[in-house]
Design a binder for this molecule. Structure first.
Ligand SMILES: CC(C)(COP(=O)(O)OP(=O)(O)OC[C@H]1O[C@@H](n2cnc3c(N)ncnc32)[C@H](O)[C@@H]1OP(=O)(O)O)[C@@H](O)C(=O)NCCC(=O)NCCS
Length: 144
């Protein structure tokens, strides 16, 4: 049986009253060049912004070079449109021997809608700390 996953209005409202989880890593503007042929912002652009955010935070934690090894999950909750201000927040899911998994949440606010803030996307991104020869390197987490 196919389940109807459409959100009710009250579910959508309660979701938008959530608070972003984690540290604000990047803030940017969705531009016309980032849109798909239908005028919505291209999911690949969103994913890349989230990966940049996670890359910054993983490097801060590892105090070293890191690379993305996996996007373990990705959910697009709402569309993003040209002119939206995109904010990516990161929180640590786990830190292993050489890897760091982060929950990255993307939220948008709209300059024309005062106080609006909606979670549009979230995903789990995993980064590996590497040495100069590009081999995995043990993480010594920063004390910050
Ligand atoms: C990152 C890289 C050096 C890792 O080398 P590797 O020999 O595959 O590493 P390992 O198998 O030892 O795994 C390293 C860590 O990643 C974790 N890992 C591997 N695959 C994973 C996955 N699919 N999801 C989550 N974690 C994963 C391992 O569990 C391990 O974590 P731990 O040390 O904390 O336990 C190598 O895969 C690489 O260079 N990949 C390309 C990276 C890149 O170019 N990214 C940009 C893409 S655009």
């Amino acid at each position: 049986m196919i389940k109807n996953k459409t959100k009710t209005e009250s579910e959508s409202e309660s979701e938008s009253s959530e608070t972003p989880l984690g540290e604000l890593a990047i803030r940017t503007l969705a531009m016309p060049a980032d849109a798909n042929p239908d005028g919505d912002i291209f999911g690949g652009w969103l994913l890349s912004q989230m990966d940049i955010a996670g890359g910054i935070v993983s490097k801060q934690i590892a105090k070293s070079r890191t690379v993305t090894i996996a996007v373990n999950s990705m959910t697009f909750y709402r569309p993003v449109v040209v002119g939206d201000i995109l904010c990516c927040y990161c929180s640590v899911q786990s830190i292993g021997k050489t890897s760091i998994s982060l929950l990255v949440e993307a939220w948008v606010s709209r300059p024309t809608e005062i106080g609006s803030r909606v979670k549009v996307t979230e995903g789990i991104f995993t980064y590996v700390c590497i040495d100069a020869t590009r081999r995995p390197k043990k993480i010594t987490p920063s004390q910050e």
